[in-house]
Design a protein around this ligand. Structure first.
Ligand SMILES: Nc1nc2c(ncn2[C@@H]2O[C@H](COP(=O)(O)OP(=O)(O)O)[C@@H](O)[C@H]2O)c(=O)[nH]1
Ligand SMILES: Nc1ncnc2c1ncn2[C@@H]1O[C@H](COP(=O)(O)OP(=O)(O)O)[C@@H](O)[C@H]1O
Length: 212
């Protein structure tokens, strides 16, 4: 029997480093070939940035298509962020979890609230920048947004940060390597929980408890 995967949420103000952290975690994990992990690919109505591919970074859809999916209840959660819609496909998540894959959602605080209601076992992680100044510097260095967009993201950052106490864990992404190792520790912690280990090692415990 396949042990279902764990669901993780990473939320942070734009530019704090969630995408970089998830990418680093997944590449490390692949190299040690332990339990499979995947990042969920959201649907969005925002335009692709240079270098972003449809189906890889996001499923880029029109507002009409997004609204059609809402009416079909196709989203596990969805929200309006920076005047665009973003949502997580329910079918895709369920399929990944059923295959025993640990799934990472890079979603905002509104989406995190909706998922918590539906799935209380979700592990939620808030990624904080080390300072406002550094956040602004990272947005600028990323080189993907205009000054106007950066100003709007900085205003939005305060709203995102005001929800930090709703999360199970907080990682301050100052030193990148340190943050990756803290993220690894949270994932490992989840996998070592009794209920999970009992399922993963069901055969071992059956043998240890047998009279033979
Ligand atoms: N609720 C929700 N938020 C999402 C989803 N996908 C992305 N987001 C959030 O939308 C915000 C903007 O994402 P994006 O436009 O990619 O900008 P970035 O955060 O600068 O990479 C971020 O806070 C994401 O976490 C989703 O499926 N649902
Ligand atoms: N610990 C860190 N120190 C310095 N720069 C970082 C760190 N973490 C991420 N960055 C950089 O900050 C920028 C924003 O990171 P990104 O992962 O795109 O953020 P998010 O997904 O939260 O919007 C990128 O240019 C990334 O390389």
């Amino acid at each position: 029997m396949t042990v279902p995967g764990n669901l993780f949420i990473l939320s942070a103000p734009s530019g704090a480093g969630k995408s970089s952290l998830i990418k680093a975690l997944l590449s490390q994990e692949n190299s040690v070939a332990t339990r499979p992990m995947q990042v969920s690919v959201s649907h969005t109505t925002r335009a692709p940035r240079p270098g972003e591919n449809n189906g890889e970074h996001y499923h880029f859809v029109s507002v009409n298509e997004f609204k059609k999916q809402i009416s079909k209840n196709a989203f596990y959660e969805y929200a309006e962020v920076f005047d665009n819609y973003y949502g997580t496909s329910e079918v895709a998540i369920d399929a990944q979890l059923a295959q025993g894959i640990d799934v990472f959602l890079d979603i905002d605080w509104q989406g995190a609230q909706q998922v918590r209601m539906k799935k209380p076992s979700v592990t939620t992680i808030f990624i904080s920048p080390p300072s406002k100044q550094e956040l602004e510097k990272r947005l600028r260095n990323r080189g993907q947004d205009s000054e106007e967009v950066i100003a709007s993201r900085m205003a939005q950052a305060q709203a995102e940060c005001s929800h930090y106490q709703e999360f199970d864990y907080i990682i301050v992404n100052d030193n990148f390597e340190q943050a990756v190792s803290e993220l690894n520790a949270i994932v490992l912690n989840q996998r070592l929980k009794c209920r999970q280990q009992a399922q993963t090692h069901a055969q071992l415990f059956a043998e240890l408890l047998s009279d033979a």
